[in-house]
Design a protein around this ligand. Structure first.
Ligand SMILES: *[C@@H]1O[C@H](CO)[C@@H](O)[C@H](O)[C@H]1NC(C)=O
Ligand SMILES: *[C@@H]1O[C@H](CO)[C@@H](O)[C@H](O)[C@H]1NC(C)=O
Ligand SMILES: *[C@@H]1O[C@H](CO)[C@@H](O)[C@H](O)[C@H]1NC(C)=O
Ligand SMILES: *[C@@H]1O[C@H](CO)[C@@H](O)[C@H](O)[C@H]1NC(C)=O
Length: 525
């Protein structure tokens, strides 16, 4: 009997041989960051280190834990800048934020270039096989890409911002991808689409004309002694190999993407660990009613909530049959706390809580991670968006039928109480989120989003960049890429044609009426 290997097995063996990327030296740069943005870095770095790569990570925040084979570069002044982004429960106006962005970014860049870590890096003469940069407000790291002559990747904790679609040469998806910080959905009417196009285009050009030149200015000062002339950051960015985003089509509105975008939304999702004993005892003791959790994540201090709002939560919770776990950073606690509520300055990872069989509901500001975690674990949510992109995710979650959007400014005790009762007792919320959860667990290519990200990163290392993935339309401006120039020409031609026809018809009529007039005159004579 002959032993025959199925072709599939051969491919598998060949695939494994290709898969083994030799150990690489990778530089991760996220001097400007927040606790939530570091998530995508932490998990990617941990996975890459365990595969034998050597990693240097310059992060603006202290690492949560030391990882073997990872060198952390870190400094106290960046820690201070990154641990308070001045996000509060009051008025976070996206337009105001946008207008101050050039100044903010220029200050960030100045601070970053002053760091000893930066000077240590540029004098190190180290060879890096790849540089990974956090995609939001770290443009001043781009000159390092030129300095080290390494391929580079952006890793983003956010869905693509308009300029990210632009620099990956993706279609801008104006017609269905609402701008962040708006309450538009994927189904926009004409006025909404007009605003959406305006916002997207405006933001792209605003960055090109006002933000990036500021970075160039600051960079030129910092690199004044460099022997090689510094390219503009816009120019360096054109060598981008990939953008890995924290999006997933089950959670985020869909957008069209070029091959430069790899979606790895939920790469931080890991199998749950058991809860600490104290928490387990509290949540497990919640009878059949189960427990619910209120947490505003890491960037917002729950304890900075206005007193009137706090009272609403306390009185609504006191009427509920569930136990409530509340992340409250103020050590002194509350005097009016009902017995079914437990305050905690620190909560175990949300993923562990969400995986608990008695978990009924998460109440949250509605950030992207909590959205992914609730869907992954099949738990519905109530969202109180506070700033930025949160409103987009909560509105989408409500449309998808697994969430209730509450405006915390108009919140009353009854609204809150009824919303909680509705979401826990009406089975449709749980059913909808379970359906999405099944979809999210059913990923076709590689096992998990993290594997997808690791594969993408090692792919770029193996091939020393990925210029072959760049669409030819990268040569074109956004206007050309969206064929707006062509549409304009067609419109002009159409109008010229219509005008011509009108002219011909008019002159024909004139002639005709002249002939008729002459005829009648002749007859009368
Ligand atoms: C560190 O890298 C080495 C190879 O360079 C590898 O054998 C080892 O498993 C890595 N350690 C961890 C904890 O990932
Ligand atoms: C440039 O070099 C001069 C002389 O070596 C030095 O004094 C100065 O601090 C350097 N500037 C920067 C920005 O590194
Ligand atoms: C872009 O990459 C090419 C090829 O690696 C390199 O020659 C060029 O200098 C890079 N451009 C910039 C601005 O770094
Ligand atoms: C949870 O409570 C049940 C009884 O309600 C008990 O049988 C179980 O051991 C508890 N689990 C833990 C982990 O404490």
């Amino acid at each position: 009997m002959k032993l025959k290997l199925a072709p599939g097995v051969l491919w598998l063996i060949a695939g494994l041989a290709i898969e083994m990327a030799s150990a690489a030296n990778i530089l991760f740069l996220s001097p400007f960051t927040s606790y939530s943005h570091t998530h995508v870095f932490f998990y990617s770095i941990k996975a890459l280190a365990s595969r034998g790569h050597t990693i240097t990570h310059w992060n603006g925040l202290k690492p949560r834990e030391d990882i073997a084979n990872v060198t952390h570069l870190h400094s106290a002044s960046l820690q201070k800048m990154n641990s308070r982004h001045e996000i509060g429960f009051n008025g976070n106006n996206p337009i105001g934020l946008m207008l101050t962005l050039p100044d903010r970014l220029s200050n960030v860049c100045k601070a970053v270039y002053r760091e000893p870590v930066f000077h240590q890096l540029i004098t190190s003469r180290e060879h890096f096989d790849l540089i990974v940069i956090e995609a939001f407000m770290n443009e001043c790291m781009l000159p390092l890409v030129q300095h080290f002559q390494a391929p580079f990747i952006y890793l983003s904790a956010l869905p693509p911002l308009p300029w990210m679609l632009d620099y990956t040469c993706s279609p801008l998806s104006f017609q269905q991808f609402p701008a962040l910080c708006t309450d538009f959905t994927e189904e926009m009417n004409l006025p909404q689409r007009i605003v959406n196009v305006f916002l997207n285009v405006m933001v792209i050009y605003y960055r090109n004309w006002f933000i990036l030149p500021r970075v160039d200015q600051v960079a030129a000062d910092a690199w004044i002694n460099s022997t090689v002339p510094l390219s503009s950051v816009k120019e360096i960015e054109k060598n981008l190999s990939l953008l890995i985003t924290n999006t997933h089509p089950v959670i985020n509105y869909q957008y069209f993407k070029s091959a430069l975008i790899v979606e790895a939304g939920g790469l931080h999702l890991v199998p749950p660990s058991p809860l600490p004993q104290e928490v387990e005892t509290f949540v497990n003791g919640s009878s059949d009613a189960g427990f619910i959790v209120l947490s505003f994540g890491s960037i917002l201090r729950g304890a900075s909530m206005p007193e009137a709002t706090r009272k609403i939560f306390v009185s609504a919770f006191s009427r509920l049959p569930f136990r409530v776990l509340w992340k409250w950073e103020d050590e002194s606690g509350m005097t009016d706390l009902p017995p079914n509520v437990k305050l905690s300055t620190w909560l175990p990872p949300l993923q562990d809580l969400l995986a608990h069989p008695k978990m009924r509901l998460l109440m949250t500001h509605g950030g992207l991670y909590s959205n992914q975690e609730t869907v992954w674990n099949g738990v519905p949510l109530i969202g109180f968006p506070v700033f930025g992109d949160q409103v987009n995710y909560v509105i989408k979650a409500e449309r998808d039928g697994y969430a209730i959007y509450l405006n915390w400014i108009t919140l009353t005790e009854d609204i809150l109480y009824n919303a909680i009762q509705e979401i826990v007792n009406n089975p449709k919320y749980k059913e909808n989120v379970q359906k999405l959860s099944n979809l999210m667990h059913d990923q076709i290519d590689l096992d998990r989003p993290l594997d997808r990200a690791v594969h993408a990163i090692e792919y770029v290392i193996r091939h020393r960049g990925a210029p072959h993935l760049r669409p030819a339309s990268c040569r074109l401006s956004p206007i050309q890429r969206e064929s707006i120039d062509v549409t304009f020409i067609y419109t002009a031609v159409l109008f010229a044609f219509i005008y011509l026809i009108v002219c011909i018809v008019r002159s024909a009529f004139r002639k005709l009426s002249h002939v008729v007039k002459v005829d009648t005159v002749k007859k009368i004579q």
